[in-house]
Design a protein around this ligand. Structure first.
Ligand code: IFM
Length: 496
């Protein structure tokens, strides 16, 4: 059985000592969930075991520098041009679900301001822009007749990007399932995977000429766990078996879409975007719960896609496991499913926000400083550990890091973001270090281009390198955007 990630002995010991003063909370690690929050104890920053060299660390020629967003978080225009409702429209309208009672309208109104936003990207020197397509803009009921006006929006956006020399990286599903599909079972239903493949084929046909990098799913873990188990995201279910079904059916959807991509001979590359998290046992004598947590958080998604099998320790009633019925999960799987899910991909996209400690009984332990998003335990070296683990334990595949970032320390609009500069600098350094050690990392995308609708947190967390005034829609690059532009221009990150 693979062991969860461990550092060198030094760090493990230090981590353990820090953990002794940490706060245990029920394990809830998928990104964006307030359930991951624990009152932040005054832990000192975890000192890195590695220090960057004095000279700037250069990135390879052709390294992709990008920024990411997603449709529901930035587009606004929820009622424009025939768009259908998604589960997030429904969920955000329920009282008490969103911290500030906001909705996805107007968000950053990119639907109407994409020209300005692409110009902004150009001014920063971005080589790629990752956005997602709203399924219900293209197919308002999730299937059937195409809404040409919705599809045309993405055509205009792609053309604008390509015209500016910016490569589109297109996510097909970033959690905004058409409500009409939720009404007939959502991801609990196997049929949703087939509907997704049809929708993907529509997008390949309409936008395939751009030679984009395509990402089938964004963070299937977060959508399955936070949306179907914790009930904190849409569709708001609290049912571990529904979460397990959402895992399998999303992964099946991924495999079917990869197959349609190959059949259509669409130029470009395809893969999935997984949020992964190093899991560090805080009691080295009892690492089992951390091993199960690693299975649930990481291997449950990596293994089927890259190895064609599910780990046998991710689901069950042990501390750290997804508490669904393993027999029910097995019954969802039909012959050939895992072959489909492991259809060869061109790349693996990973999203990295930090690490977690797990104690002997499966509680989350704070072992690193958190950001304003208290689920996020910041540890740049964890990125290096994760990247080298992928190289060492999985079949070789090009990697791109499609999300990496922190929220501002304040909910108020600001352009002064020294923490983000430090976060980016230290993560760029660890990425360069990993590349130097043979990791096939080809690009790094910051989350996020713009302040936006941060799901259950509404507009109370600002993750952009560009500030957005949601009243006027004025965009103002933060200091971190200037820092990022300098790194891009230099093709290198310096020590400080
Ligand atoms: O905003 C989210 C994004 O939608 C998915 N990954 C994590 C980000 C920050 O929580």
């Amino acid at each position: 059985m693979p062991t969860p990630l461990r550092r060198d002995g030094d760090l493990t010991r230090r981590t353990f000592l820090l953990a002794a003063g940490g706060v245990g909370v029920t394990a809830a690690l998928a990104a964006c969930t307030p359930q991951g929050a624990s009152p932040a104890p005054a832990t000192s920053a975890t000192p890195a075991a590695w220090t960057p060299p004095a000279e700037p660390m250069a990135f390879p020629q052709g390294y992709t520098w990008g920024a990411s967003t997603s449709a529901f978080q930035i587009e606004g225009a929820l009622a424009a041009d025939g768009r259908g409702a998604s589960v997030w429209d429904t969920f955000a309208a329920l009282p008490g679900k969103i911290a500030d009672d906001s909705t996805g309208d107007p968000a950053a109104d990119q639907y109407h301001r994409y020209v300005e936003d692409v110009a902004l990207m150009s001014s920063l020197g971005l080589g790629a822009y990752r956005f997602s397509i709203s399924w219900s803009r293209v197919l308002p009921t999730g299937a059937g007749e195409i809404n040409q006006a919705g599809l045309d929006y993405y055509r205009r956006l792609v053309d604008e990007l390509v015209g500016a020399g910016i490569r589109p990286t297109i996510t097909l599903f970033h959690w905004d399932l058409p409500q009409a599909l939720q009404d007939v079972g959502g991801w609990s239903s196997r049929d949703t995977a087939a509907r997704f493949a049809d929708y993907a084929a529509v997008c390949f046909e309409a936008l395939g000429d751009a030679g984009a990098d395509w990402l089938t799913l964004n963070e299937p873990k977060t959508h399955a766990f936070v949306g179907h188990w914790y009930g904190v995201h849409a569709p708001g279910l609290r049912d571990p078996d529904a979460a397990a079904a959402a895992v399998h059916h999303q992964l099946l959807a991924h495999g079917l879409a990869v197959q349609r991509f190959r059949e259509s001979s669409t130029p470009g590359r395809i893969g999935a975007a997984l949020n992964l998290i190093p899991v560090i046992p805080t009691d080295p004598d009892y690492p089992e719960a951390a091993t199960f947590t690693d299975a649930r958080e990481n291997r449950l998604f990596l293994d089927p896609i890259l190895k064609g099998s599910y780990p046998d320790d991710a689901i069950g009633d042990q501390a750290g496991q997804l508490p669904a019925d393993p027999a029910e999960f097995l019954a969802l799987q039909q012959p050939g499913d895992l072959d489909l899910i492991s259809s060869p991909c061109d790349l693996l996209a990973i999203q990295y926000y930090g690490v977690t400690g797990i104690d002997s009984i499966g509680n989350t332990v704070e072992i690193a400083p958190t950001s304003a998003a208290t689920w996020q335990q910041i540890d740049p070296q964890g990125l290096y550990d994760l990247l080298t683990r992928l190289k060492d334990e999985y079949p070789a595949i090009p990697l791109i890091l499609t999300e990496n970032g922190i929220p501002d320390a304040t909910a108020d609009i600001t352009v002064d973001d020294p923490d983000r500069i430090e976060f980016l600098r230290s993560h760029f350094q660890q990425a360069a270090r990993a590349i130097g050690d043979g990791v096939p990392l080809e690009g790094h995308y910051v989350w996020s281009l713009l302040d936006n609708f941060e799901w259950a947190e509404g507009y109370t967390q600002r993750w952009g390198i560009v500030a957005v005034d949601f009243d006027t829609q004025e965009r103002t690059p933060k200091k971190s955007a200037g820092f990022f532009a300098d790194v891009i221009a230099a093709g290198a990150v310096s020590r400080d």
